[in-house]
Design a protein around this ligand. Structure first.
Ligand code: PLP
Length: 395
């Protein structure tokens, strides 16, 4: 089909041309004497973006799921009690992983569209006088429902209870896009991947750990090889890896970190908020609702938009793909057919967002939904033009 294909799924996200070009390098000797000159700055840049000033960063040739696994294996022991919550497909999968690992998982189930139940966590932690809970897990941004949780609140719950459990956070679809502060929020294991906020293809699992996680590692009893912290540290300390690194992806990561740092991570967060607010004003103008149950949960990286009961959201998505060269995100698991998602994260700007909205409108109208042509796009444009002076994008 003529013209560009448009990608508005919440990962993999669009890869900037600069990043694609940075990966277009010849194969390299990963044991060369100058290889550390290339790798060392990448670890520093990642630590700055996670705001981790006291721990260290691991970069695995895996996806985000691998980094979930690395966090568990390296800091916990079989049978350890952990506190988790489930309110979407990705939080469900992490619970599933922890269960398969033989952890003693206390799960709090919430409605899909809600986020981490901070008050319930606080009660469970206060009640755990013997400190049996070894780790508290929180999905920062539930990509399936478009819900962002209050990680600072989870840290406060731990501190109020004077509880030493580790704080494990899934930041796969938040870190590098929306506010995240590992130092300030006392996050012990912060998990991410390359294909969302970091604007790269999938293939890197990024795990940023606190000094307490490194301490916990010393007594953690799981067997580990591929994800082993000690093997990684032994090689990373010299700028190398224990096995063949994904060198091209590391080149891309180096450049994408530069792009984010040059924009300034706080500005990156502000841009995501501005774009997401534009999407939300469109959803409002369409007379539709988000899956997120309350504005406090609204995600600045992905919006899951609920269609009326007599409509199958899969038809909207296939219409967008087949006719308008555009990928929208599908509804996962029990949300299949009930929502379509717009990913508005990564290498994204106002023009791209309004394209996503216009294709969503055309597709919804095509499948017979009662949507006024241009209504959502107009609302988003109004938001962008009303706020463009403050954000400095207009002279
Ligand atoms: N956690 C969240 C919140 C995600 O959105 C995803 C993927 O979309 C994952 C974990 C799993 O990451 P990966 O697919 O990179 O293994």
């Amino acid at each position: 089909m003529a013209g560009y294909n448009h990608l508005y799924i919440p990962g993999p996200t669009n890869v900037p041309e600069q990043v694609r070009m940075a990966m277009n390098v010849c194969m390299q000797d990963m044991r060369a004497s100058d290889f550390p000159d290339f790798t060392r700055p990448i670890f520093d840049k990642i630590a700055r973006l996670f705001k981790n000033s006291t721990g260290r960063v691991f970069i695995y040739p895996s996806s985000g799921t691998g980094a979930w696994e690395a966090a568990i294996q390296n800091t916990l022991s079989p049978g350890d009690k952990v506190l988790m919550s489930r309110f979407g497909q990705f939080s469900t999968l992490w619970v599933d992983m922890a269960t398969r690992y033989g952890l003693d998982v206390e799960v709090i189930d919430c409605e899909w569209g809600e986020g981490v139940p901070v008050e319930k966590y606080a009660m469970a932690l206060k009640a755990d006088k013997n400190h049996e809970i070894k780790a508290v897990f929180a999905t920062h941004n539930e990509t399936a429902t478009g819900v962002t949780s209050d990680i600072k609140g989870v840290r406060a719950a731990l501190d109020d209870a004077n509880h030493p459990a580790l704080l494990m956070v899934d930041g796969v679809s938040s870190i590098g896009s929306i506010e995240f502060d590992q130092d300030a929020w006392g996050v012990d294991c912060a998990v991410s991947g390359s294909q969302k906020g970091f604007m790269l293809p999938a293939g890197l699992g990024i795990l940023s750990v606190s000094k307490w996680a490194l301490e916990a590692h010393k007594t953690a009893e799981y067997q580990r090889t591929f994800f082993s912290f000690e093997d990684m540290i032994a090689h990373n300390d010299n700028g190398y890896f224990p096995y063949t690194p994904a060198t091209q992806l590391l080149h891309g990561l180096n450049t994408s970190c530069d792009i984010l740092l040059e924009e300034g991570i706080e500005n990156v967060w502000a841009r995501h908020n501005r774009l997401a607010t534009g999407v939300r004003s469109a959803v409002d103008a369409w007379g539709l609702k988000l899956c997120a149950k309350d504005p406090k949960w609204y995600s600045d990286t992905v919006s899951a938009i609920v269609v009326p009961e007599n409509v199958d959201a899969r038809h909207v998505i296939s219409r967008a793909y087949d006719v308008y060269n555009t990928s929208l995100g599908s509804g996962l698991a029990k949300l299949m057919g009930k929502v379509f998602r717009i990913g508005h994260l990564g290498w994204m700007n106002e023009g791209m967002v309004t394209t996503a909205l216009s294709v969503a409108e055309m597709s919804m109208i095509d499948v017979g939904m009662d949507i006024e042509a241009g209504s959502g796009v107009a609302a988003a444009i109004r938001h962008f033009t009303d706020t463009s002076v403050q954000t400095g994008t207009k002279a």
